[in-house]
Design a protein around this ligand. Structure first.
Ligand code: C2O
Ligand code: CU
Length: 499
C-alpha cells in the first residue's frame, strides 16, 4: 500500500471540489430535466395569462389538475343525440404493404392502405369515425388536422384521450362545419406513426355544391424518403375536359415546406388551410409555398385547345390534368413565390383584433440544455426548454393575439389545434390581401408573425411545430380554457406520447 503525501491529498481534494463545482449544477440540471413517468400537460411549465384575468382555478403546482373542478375534456363533444351523416370504421394495422406504385413499404395502414381512405363529407354533416387498432404496437389515435372539432375528438394522446391500444377502439364525432381540405393522422408518437403511414385526407364539400366531381385530392407524403401523391410515385393523371375547372386540393404531410406550381395554364389559389381566399386573382410564374401540415387548393381552368396541365408538387412530378393527352412537359419552378399577405382582396374578419383580451408571445429559439436527461441543443419557447414552456390561458370568447417569432436558425410550421388564426402582420408589415386564415403557418428563420383568433372552442389544445420531430424535441406548448381540465396524462399505463 502506498502512502499518499498530504500535498497530494490536498490536490485531490481541490480537484474533487472543482469537479463537483462543475458537475454539481450539471447533474442538477440533468436531474431537473427528467420527466415524470406520467404528468398532466396542465401542470407543465408556467401559466401565461397574456395580460388577461387569472381564472379562479389558476395554474399552480400546489393544486394538481386532478383536484381542480370544471369540465373535463371528455365532456366537450358533438351533440350525442344527433345521428351521424357520415359513418365509417377505420382499422389500423402494422404491416408490409404496397404503395400504388407497387413498391413495398413496412409501416402502418388504415383499412389496408396508406394513405388511408379519403373521408368525404358535406359541410354541416356529422362525421363519425370508429378507429379500431388491430395491430399497431404502442397505441394510436386520429387527429383531424385543421378541423375545429370539439376537444374530446381532437385525438391527442395524453391530452384529450388515451392512446388506443391493440384490440381497442375509439369513436370520433364532429360536425364538419367548415368546407375545405383537411387531413387526419395519428397523434400518438406522431413523428414516427405519421411518417410510417397513419394518415389520410378529409374533404368537406360546400353545402352549395356538394358533388364537386372536378376535385382532385393530392395528398403529398414521403414514404421512406420518396415523395408520393396519394401514395403514388410519379405523376397522378386526372381527366379534365377542355374548359373544365379543376380544383387540386394539395395536402402537405411532409415536415418541410412544399412548393407547388402549375405549367400549361394560370391558376388561382382558391383556399388555404380549409378557408376560401377572397377574390383570388389568376397567378402565373409564381409558386405556392405550402407549409408542413398545411393545405392549398389550386384551381385551374383547362385550356380550350385540350392541352394538358401539370401541377407540380415539390418537383417535376405531380398531378397531370388532361383529356386527349397527358403529355405535359415539366416546367421549372418559378423564381417568385406567391405572397398570401397581399394576395386576394380584403374582407371583414368577423371580429376586431385591435383590442385583444390576451396577447401572447410564442418565441422559438434554441439553446444547449437537457431534455428529459438528454443533453443537446434543444428548441426553446420564450427562452425555456420543454416542459418548462408557457401554458396559454384563455377564457371562452376572448380575442387573442399571438406573436410568433423564430430565432432558432430553422424554419417551423406552427400548428394550433382547434382554431383558425388570421395573419395580421409579418415582420411588422400588415396583411393587405384576403383574410389569410391558417391552422399551419410556416414561420421562417428570423421571421415574426402576428396572428389573431377568437377563443371559441373550449378545451386543452396543442400549439406545436408540425415538423413532427421538432415537436418530439420539445417544440410544443398548449392553450387551455378557463374551467376546462383534462384527466389524461402523458406517459402512464397507456403509454401516451402525443409527439
Ligand atoms: Cu397535424 Cu398536432 O397535428
Ligand atoms: Cu419546428
Amino acid at each position: 500500500m502506498r502512502r499518499s503525501r498530504p500535498g497530494g491529498r490536498f490536490r485531490t481534494a481541490v480537484a474533487c471540489a472543482a469537479t463537483a463545482a462543475v458537475l454539481g449544477p450539471l447533474i442538477w440540471l440533468w436531474q431537473d430535466s427528467l420527466l415524470p413517468a406520467a404528468y398532466s400537460v396542465m401542470d407543465m411549465g408556467y401559466a401565461d395569462y397574456g395580460g388577461g384575468p387569472r381564472s379562479p382555478s389558476a395554474h399552480s403546482s400546489a393544486h394538481p389538475s386532478t383536484h381542480r373542478g370544471g369540465r373535463d375534456v371528455t365532456e366537450l363533444v358533438a351533440d350525442a343525440d344527433r345521428p351521424a351523416d357520415v359513418n365509417m370504421t377505420v382499422v389500423a394495422r402494422k404491416e408490409r404493404f404496397r404503395l400504388a406504385s407497387g413498391r413495398a413499404f413496412d409501416g402502418y395502414t388504415l383499412n389496408g392502405r396508406s394513405p388511408g381512405p379519403v373521408i368525404e363529407a358535406v359541410q354541416g354533416q356529422l362525421v363519425q369515425v370508429r378507429l379500431v387498432n388491430e395491430s399497431v404496437p404502442g397505441g394510436i389515435t386520429l387527429h383531424w388536422h385543421g378541423v375545429d372539432v370539439p376537444n374530446a375528438a381532437d385525438g391527442v394522446a395524453g391530452v384529450t384521450q388515451d392512446a388506443v391500444g391493440m384490440g381497442e377502439e375509439f369513436t370520433y364525432r364532429f360536425v364538419s362545419d367548415r368546407a375545405g381540405t383537411f387531413w387526419y393522422h395519428s397523434h400518438q408518437m406522431s413523428h414516427e406513426q405519421v411518417r410510417a403511414g397513419l394518415l389520410g385526407a378529409l374533404v368537406v364539400a360546400p353545402r352549395a355544391s356538394p358533388g364537386r366531381a372536378d376535385d382532385v385530392v393530392a395528398l403529398v407524403h414521403l414514404y421512406g424518403g420518396v415523395r408520393t401523391v396519394n401514395g403514388r410515385e410519379g405523376d397522378v393523371r386526372v381527366e379534365a375536359p377542355p374548359g373544365a375547372r379543376a380544383r387540386v386540393r394539395v395536402i402537405n404531410t411532409e415536415y418541410g415546406i412544399l412548393p407547388a406550381w402549375v405549367g400549361g395554364a394560370p391558376y388561382r389559389l382558391v383556399a388555404v388551410d380549409g378557408t376560401e381566399v377572397n377574390g383570388p386573382a389568376p397567378v402565373r410564374d409564381q409558386a405556392v409555398a405550402v407549409a408542413a401540415g398545411g393545405r392549398a387548393d389550386l384551381e385551374v381552368t383547362m385550356p380550350a385547345d385540350g392541352s394538358p396541365v401539370r401541377v407540380h408538387l415539390g418537383g417535376p412530378a405531380g398531378v397531370v390534368l388532361g383529356s386527349t393527352s397527358y403529355d405535359a412537359p415539366p416546367v421549372p419552378r418559378p423564381a417568385a413565390t406567391l405572397d398570401p399577405l397581399t394576395y386576394g382582396t380584403r374582407a371583414p374578419l368577423g371580429f376586431d383584433p385591435a383590442e385583444p383580451d390576451r396577447r401572447f408571445e410564442y418565441a422559438v429559439g434554441r439553446r444547449p440544455g437537457f431534455l428529459d436527461g438528454v443533453p443537446g441543443v434543444w428548441w426553446t419557447v420564450n427562452g425555456r426548454l420543454y416542459p418548462d414552456v408557457p401554458m396559454f390561458h384563455v377564457a371562452e370568447g376572448d380575442v387573442v393575439r399571438m406573436r410568433i417569432s423564430n430565432d432558432s436558425g430553422e424554419a417551423h410550421p406552427m400548428h394550433l389545434h382547434g382554431h383558425h388564426a388570421v395573419v395580421l402582420t409579418r415582420d411588422g408589415v400588415a396583411a393587405t390581401g384576403s383574410p389569410w386564415w391558417v391552422d399551419s403557418l410556416e414561420v421562417g428563420i428570423g421571421q415574426t408573425y402576428e396572428v389573431a383568433f377568437v377563443a371559441d372552442n373550449p378545451g386543452v389544445w396543442m400549439d406545436h411545430c408540425h415538423n413532427l420531430p421538432h415537436a418530439s424535441e420539445g417544440l410544443t406548448a398548449h392553450l387551455m380554457y378557463e374551467g376546462v381540465t383534462t384527466r389524461f396524462t402523458v406517459g402512464g399505463p397507456p403509454g401516451n406520447r402525443p409527439e
